[in-house]
Design a protein around this ligand. Structure first.
Ligand code: ATP
Ligand code: MG
Length: 879
């Protein structure tokens, strides 16, 4: 390997002065801190190329990116800029860089070569074993939760020894018969952590977080090793620095040798061979979205203090997006407190307006998006690869995927497994398969110990062996378990329980064959699948719970669409979707619409972006409704999402979103309100159901029928449940313009206060009610509890959302919490007015937003916090 030669001037061509300054900056520490799309990543890449072009060695450079995909892209660009020399550079994520370091030098800290890296499933299995040995109640303290706590420790570089000290606990790893004091979580975590590390060491293994933490340990305890890397990596680059956690921050510091007393060589060009390395970090504190993984925004904020003589260069010109998109992004992020305002402008002109669409439900939202994609592809000649659909949570991808499949549009799902390939969904479907066909050995075996019920490999082996020997199916062999040799009570008991469970489920399924959604609910409940996930505190498990809710919704949908629905029929359709799912494949060449979560979208850009599910409780996520710091993080995520768009941004929402096969009314996302109204061209501003609700309070005609709406279009007709069906049946049957007779639901908000936890409650219904009612939007859900046709599928026992019962809709419409109208008018409220609220008491109006029927009033209730209220249903009185 040698230095490359290319004309350095070509590398700064077309850059603006700040970008050029950053590329050429000659000094030890540089922060390029700037807004989205201002060329940070581009400048970072050019700066590396600049060094190479000036004869610095590729092997002296370490570049850290946030994902492997980003690393591959940067490498590719560098190869284009400076030639194949760039292929040998270390461009990687933190984790891959650490693997390389530990593979080479891990022996210094006791890692033998060929150590294994545990993935989450392995780690969980290990924690589970430990918990069993320590007699820990894993129902109360799930392995996932314990692992999450251990991970938090590692992200903060708290060792197991520190943690034991903190918990004031004298446990020795490997010790037998230790009793953890009941209820002392700190001690519990400390002991499990200690034992976990002990057993990892015995297994010559590390987990994901260890990769960083143990590398830091290596560098801090072995001077010869840290010296080696310090002398090797003279130039360190970190992209997306705002999302580094403490461990990663310390790692960068250690690698750079900033804390060593080695003096730089005054004669040396560049970083020379001694002294601290040069470090360039790039980031945008407004795009920090990984707090839940320990990302610490202070790392970027304190860069100038942390690295002496650091230079900061701000980039102000955005090259990615139109002014409209930037204005929207700027307006949203401006609502976050404690941030440095940034100037961001673009020379690309105003561009198209943002396109808004309010759908009746998630299916219709997806259908509209698919139609629009097909339309712009044909009419505006937009390539599929230039389009991306983004969503807050993976569970939302299901309806979108189906719409894409139905419309025959090519798509690829980035990050996250496809819906039917997701573990928890596969597990649930395996139960259904096993019920329908007990001879399906693969699926029976899959669920034998899922959720874990003490039927491990040994038990499985015994049953399988007997089945083989006697020509029986696996399940038949279970039925003969008392004839199987070698069975102990520890096996026969759970095995018997499993057998009985499957019989019960099969009986239930027979009785409810035409109601797959109820069978799904029963399986999720009785199998314990749901319970296991709900107990976990891992955010990933929350999204797994969402996925199971989606599965139940799919079943409900199927039921409604299929005249003679059966469970077997339902399973067939899921298998078919899974098949056609595979067609697009992953692969580099796209030609496909890209679908991904907002977290995955960081750093990427697309000419056309659809931001979907813009609803309170979906995005911002439910958890953020009560917590300002979480809300700020959600807003940064919105900023990331908006700024992915280059040419045109779409924002869509659904008035009703199904969770657990039940329809929930969804309020528009506050982020939609934060985008200046004149920037959005609403193709449909209010969903049909919302207009109806809004009009019930008035005595005059239905409002708003006269715009270019598309009721009865195919996508609308495809809506399946909840109020959507009710909407389509009433619109479709020619009742336009005449008052529907849904008197029963009107005025139901008078039961205010009885069921406040209901709004958007799907995600927290099982949390033991701890969140109930404290959300400001909870107040919209008031009437739900008065409509209790559904049975609760959770443990809290309270029916807070309505069950989709479309077949009855012709008789009586479902009540909706948003149906009410208290006759208040937004024009009667001024900022500063004092009001009283039935629940929160006295408050002061701090903001009013006139949106017709959906006007919102923001009230400061002092210690109860600031609440956004939908005026027409808010139980308030002006003083
Ligand atoms: P993010 O905050 O989203 O990570 P970023 O600041 O890293 O964004 P880049 O992705 O580097 O921004 O650049 C955004 C877009 O602008 C890219 O398409 C890039 O090629 C283009 N771009 C950046 N600088 C220039 C320039 N001087 N001339 C032309 N295009 C540019
Ligand atoms: Mg970038």
């Amino acid at each position: 390997m040698g230095p490359v030669m290319c004309d350095p001037r070509s590398l700064i061509e077309g850059l603006n002065p700040q970008q050029e300054e950053a590329v050429k900056y000659y000094g030890q520490a540089l922060l390029i801190g700037a807004g989205a799309g201002s060329g940070k990543t581009r400048v970072l890449t050019r700066r590396i190329a600049w060094l190479l072009a000036h004869g610095f060695w590729a092997s002296s450079i370490l570049a850290i990116t946030f994902t492997n995909k980003a690393a591959a892209e940067m490498r590719e660009r560098l190869v284009t800029l400076v030639g194949p020399e760039a292929e040998h550079m270390w461009i990687s994520t933190f984790h891959s860089a650490c693997v390389r370091i530990l593979r080479r030098d891990g022996k210094e800290i006791g890692l033998k070569s060929g150590f294994s890296i545990y993935d989450t499933a392995d780690s969980e299995r290990l924690v589970k074993l430990i918990a069993a040995d320590l007699n820990i109640d894993t129902k109360r303290y799930t392995p996932r939760m314990l692992l999450g706590k251990i991970s938090d420790c590692k992200n903060a570089l708290v060792s197991w020894k520190d943690q034991l000290k903190k918990a004031n606990c004298d446990y020795t790893p490997g010790q037998r018969g230790y009793q953890v004091s009941a209820g002392d979580v700190d001690e519990l975590v400390a002991v499990v952590y200690a034992e976990y590390q002990h057993r990892l060491a015995l297994a010559n293994a590390v987990d994901f977080d260890d990769l960083i933490m143990r590398t830091v340990e290596l560098l801090q305890t072995c001077p010869q090793v840290s010296e080696y890397y310090r002398h090797r990596f003279r130039y360190i680059f970190v992209d997306e620095y705002q999302d580094t956690n403490h461990a990663q921050y310390v790692l960068v510091r250690e690698l750079s040798g900033i804390d060593s007393d080695e003096q730089p060589d005054p004669q040396a060009r560049g970083a020379g061979r001694v002294g601290p390395s040069w470090i360039t970090v790039v980031g945008d504190s407004d795009q920090s979205i990984y707090a839940f993984r320990g990302a610490d925004i202070r790392n970027i904020q304190d860069f100038e203090q942390d690295f002496p003589n650091a230079k900061t260069i701000m980039l102000e010109q955005n090259y990615r997006s139109t002014q409209t998109i930037l204005d929207a992004a700027n307006a949203v992020i401006a609502k976050n407190e404690n941030r440095k305002p940034k100037k961001l402008w673009t020379a690309l002109g105003q561009g198209d307006k943002i396109v808004g669409y309010a759908a009746d439900n998630a299916q219709q939202e997806a259908g509209w998006i698919a139609n629009e994609i097909a339309r712009i592809h044909t009419e505006e000649d937009v390539a599929y690869r230039d389009i991306a659909i983004m969503y807050r949570a993976n569970a939302q991808s299901r309806s979108l995927e189906e719409a894409m499949i139905n419309a025959n549009l090519p798509y690829q799902l980035v990050g996250g497994t496809k819906f039917y390939e997701r573990r928890e969904v596969k597990d649930a479907i395996a139960y259904l398969q096993a019920i329908v066909n007990p001879a399906d050995n693969v699926n029976v075996r899959r669920i034998l110990n899922v959720p874990k019920r003490g039927l491990g490999a040994r038990a499985e082996g015994l049953v399988a062996g007997y089945a083989d020997a006697h020509g029986l199916t696996f399940f038949e062999s279970i039925e003969h378990m008392d004839q199987i040799e070698g069975m102990t009570g520890r096996t026969t008991k759970p095995l018997g329980a499993f057998r009985d469970l499957m019989h019960e489920l099969a009986d239930f399924a027979k009785e409810h064959d035409s109601k797959p959604s109820e069978v799904v609910a029963e399986v999720l409940d009785k199998s314990g699948l749901l319970e296991e996930l709900q107990r976990s505190e891992d955010p990933q498990d929350a999204s797994r719970v969402d996925n199971l809710s989606q599965l139940q919704s799919v079943a409900a949908e199927f039921e409604q669409n299929t005249p003679d629905a059966t469970l077997a029929g339902f399973l067939e359709t899921t298998a078919l979707v899974a098949d056609s799912d595979q067609l697009p494949g992953e692969g580099e060449d796209s030609g496909k619409v890209t679908m991904m979560t907002l977290h995955t979208a960081k750093g990427l850009e697309y000419p056309y972006v659809f931001l979907t599910g813009m609803e309170q409780g979906t995005f911002p996520h439910q958890r953020a409704m009560e917590d300002t710091s979480e809300l700020s993080e959600e807003r940064r995520l919105a900023y990331v999402g908006i700024t992915r768009a280059k040419r045109r941004l779409y924002v869509t929402r659904a008035a009703v979103r199904a969770q657990w096969g039940q329809a929930n009314d969804m309020m528009p996302s506050q982020f939609l309100d934060e985008i200046p109204d004149e920037l959005i061209d609403w193709k449909r501003r209010e969903a049909g159901v919302e207009r109806m609700r809004a009009s019930w309070g008035d005595d005059d005609e239905f409002g708003g029928w006269d715009d270019d709406d598309d009721f009865g279009s195919t996508s609308f007709g495809g809506s399946m449940y909840g109020s959507s069906t009710y909407g389509s049946s009433s619109y479709g049957s020619g009742s336009r313009g005449s008052h529907p007779t849904y008197g029963s639901s009107h005025g139901s908000h008078s039961s205010y206060g009885s069921g406040r936890s209901s709004y958007g409650s799907g995600s927290r219904r099982f949390s033991g009610g701890s969140h109930s009612g404290s959300s400001s939007y909870g107040s919209y859900g008031s009437s739900r509890s008065s409509y209790g046709s559904g049975k609760p599928s959770g443990k809290s026992g309270k029916v807070t959302t309505r069950r989709a019962k479309p077949k009855d809709l012709t008789k009586s419409a479902p009540a909706s919490s948003l149906d009410g109208n208290n006759g208040l008018s937004i024009s009667d409220f001024q900022i500063g007015d004092r009001i009283t609220h039935d629940h929160y008491g006295l408050g002061k109006v701090i903001e009013t937003q006139d949106k017709g029927a959906n006007s919102v009033i923001t009230v400061d209730f002092g210690t109860d916090g600031v609440k956004r209220l939908l005026l027409r249903v808010a139980p308030i009185e002006k003083l």
